[in-house]
Design a protein around this ligand. Structure first.
Ligand SMILES: [Zn+2]
Length: 436
C-alpha cells in the first residue's frame, strides 16, 4: 500500500492524506489513509511523504526513434523544409534501437507510463519492452504510388507481425500511414486488407500549410522531402480544396479510434468530419510552435466531441518526451488565444482524456478501483506547498520521483529499476557524435 500527502483520484479530485492499495497490478482501493488501512488491516504501508500520487501520464503521439537528432535540424523556415532536412540526412547505421532506448528512458523519467510511438522500424517495441512501460508502437508506412501499394503494405504487415511476436505483454503494435501527403489511399486500403481487426492506427493530419499545397498537387518543400525518401507524393481523388480531412473522409480512410496528430489547419467542416468518424486528436503544441505550423483549434475539436490529448512528438521538433512540458505549452499557447485550462483540465489531457482517446477509459488514466496500477509520485517544490496538487504535478520545478506500471516500480528515487541509464545515455551519445 502506498501513502502520500496527496493523491489525484478520478476527474482530478485531490485527496489529502491518501493511500492507494494495489493488488495483482490493479488498484484495489483508494481514499483517506485511515479508511484504506482499516479496510485492509495488516497490509504494509509505504509512506512516500510529501508527494502527489497521480495517474501515470500518457503520451498520445511521439517518435522514439528520433531522440538523438534534437537540435540538429532547425525548424525556423517551416515544416516542409525541416522535414526535407530530417529525412534527407542519412541516419547512422544502428541509430534507431539505441535512440528508442534513450527516448523510453526520458519518457519514463518524465512520468510517462503509456507511450504511443510511431516510427520507421518499430524499434520502440524492444525499447518499451525493456523499460517496462506500456505502449503501442505504430510501424510507419509510406507510399503515394498506387502501383506499389500492395507490395509496400505487405512488407509493413510482415514487419508488424514480427514485431508483435517480439513485444512484451504491455506493448502492442499498430500501423501509421505517415501522413496524407506521404501515404496515399491505395496504401491505406492495402494495409486495411492485410492487418487484423483491432490493429491500432495512427497518422499525422493537417499539420502544415505545406501539406495543403502538396494535396493540391504542388511539388513544394514536401515534394523535396518525399523525393529524398524515394516516395511518390500521394494523390487523393477529392483534394483540390487542399483539406486533408475532407479528402481522407471522401476516400473512406478515416476510422474510429484513428489517432491523428497535429490537426492544426482544420476548419469547422473538417472538425465535424473528424467527430463523425471517431478520430482522436493528439495535440503537440511545442512541435507546432517550433515548426511554425500554427495553433490547433483544440476548443473546437473538444466542443465537437473529438477526444483531444497531448503528444510530445520528438526532440527533432519539440522537447524531450516530457508530456508535462507539453501541458505547460498548451496552457501558454491557448492563453494567447483567450482560452484557459484549469490545472485539473490540463492534467486530464495526459491522463483521463488520453486514456479515453485510446479506448481505455475503463482501466487507464485514473486512480480508481479496478484501474491498472499505473502511478507516478511527484515531489513539488517546497515553496509550491501547499498548493493545487494537479498544478504541482505539471510544474516544471516538480520532480518525478517514482513510476509504477501494473504496480511494478520502474523508477525509484528518480533511478530506473530495469534500465541502466548510464549505459543507455552513453550509447546514444556515441551515435550522436557520429551524426553531428
Ligand atoms: Zn509526429
Amino acid at each position: 500500500m502506498l501513502a502520500a500527502t496527496w493523491a489525484v483520484a478520478a476527474s482530478g479530485d485531490a485527496l489529502p492524506g491518501a493511500a492507494v492499495r494495489v493488488r495483482d497490478g490493479v488498484i484495489a482501493d483508494v481514499g483517506a489513509r485511515a479508511d484504506v488501512v482499516a479496510r485492509a488491516p495488516g497490509v504494509p504501508v509505504t509512506d512516500l511523504g510529501d508527494v502527489v500520487l497521480a495517474p501515470g501520464l500518457i503520451d498520445l503521439h511521439c517518435h522514439l526513434e528520433w531522440s538523438i537528432v534534437g537540435g540538429v535540424h532547425s525548424g525556423a523556415d517551416g515544416f516542409g523544409a525541416w522535414l526535407a532536412r530530417l529525412v534527407g540526412t542519412p541516419a547512422p547505421p544502428g541509430m534507431f534501437g539505441p535512440a528508442a532506448q534513450l527516448a523510453a528512458l526520458r519518457s519514463l523519467q518524465a512520468g510517462t507510463t503509456t507511450v504511443i510511438d510511431n516510427g520507421p522500424t518499430g524499434a520502440g517495441v524492444a525499447a518499451l519492452t525493456a523499460s517496462g512501460q506500456r505502449g503501442v508502437v505504430h510501424h510507419e508506412a509510406f507510399g503515394g504510388d498506387p502501383a506499389d501499394a500492395a507490395s509496400r503494405a505487405e512488407r509493413v504487415a510482415d514487419a508488424i507481425a514480427a514485431l508483435d511476436d517480439a513485444a512484451g505483454p504491455r506493448v502492442a503494435v499498430g500501423v501509421s500511414p505517415h501522413a496524407p501527403y506521404s501515404a496515399g489511399p491505395a496504401l491505406w486500403n492495402a494495409l486495411a486488407e492485410r492487418l487484423p481487426e483491432g490493429t491500432s492506427w495512427s497518422t499525422h493530419i493537417a499539420e502544415s500549410l505545406d501539406e495543403r499545397a502538396s494535396l493540391r498537387g504542388e511539388h513544394g518543400a514536401l515534394g523535396d522531402a518525399l523525393g529524398r525518401l524515394g516516395v511518390a507524393p500521394a494523390a487523393w481523388p477529392d483534394a483540390a480544396h487542399g483539406s486533408s480531412v475532407r479528402a481522407m473522409a471522401a476516400a473512406g480512410v478515416l476510422r474510429p479510434g484513428l489517432i491523428a496528430a497535429h490537426l492544426v489547419h482544420v476548419d469547422e467542416a473538417d472538425v465535424a468530419l473528424l467527430a463523425d468518424h471517431g478520430v482522436r486528436a493528439a495535440h503537440c503544441p511545442i512541435s507546432n510552435a517550433t515548426l511554425r505550423c500554427g495553433r490547433s483549434p483544440v476548443e473546437a475539436l473538444r466542443a465537437a466531441g473529438v477526444r483531444v490529448a497531448l503528444g510530445t512528438d520528438s526532440p527533432s521538433s519539440a522537447g524531450t518526451y516530457d508530456v508535462r512540458a507539453e501541458a505547460r505549452a498548451c496552457l501558454a499557447t491557448h492563453a494567447a488565444a483567450g482560452l484557459h485550462f484549469t490545472p485539473a483540465e490540463l492534467l486530464s489531457l495526459c491522463t483521463t482524456e488520453a486514456a479515453a482517446a485510446l479506448g481505455r477509459a475503463h482501466d487507464l488514466g485514473a486512480i480508481a478501483p479496478g484501474y491498472r496500477a499505473d502511478l507516478i509520485a511527484v515531489r513539488p517544490r517546497a515553496e509550491a506547498l501547499p498548493g493545487d496538487p494537479c498544478a504541482a504535478v505539471l510544474d516544471a520545478g516538480s520532480a518525478v520521483e517514482a513510476v509504477w506500471v501494473d504496480g511494478e516500480c520502474l523508477l525509484r528515487d528518480g533511478v530506473p529499476t530495469r534500465l541502466d541509464a548510464a549505459a543507455v545515455e552513453a550509447r546514444a551519445a556515441e551515435i550522436r557524435r557520429a551524426f553531428c
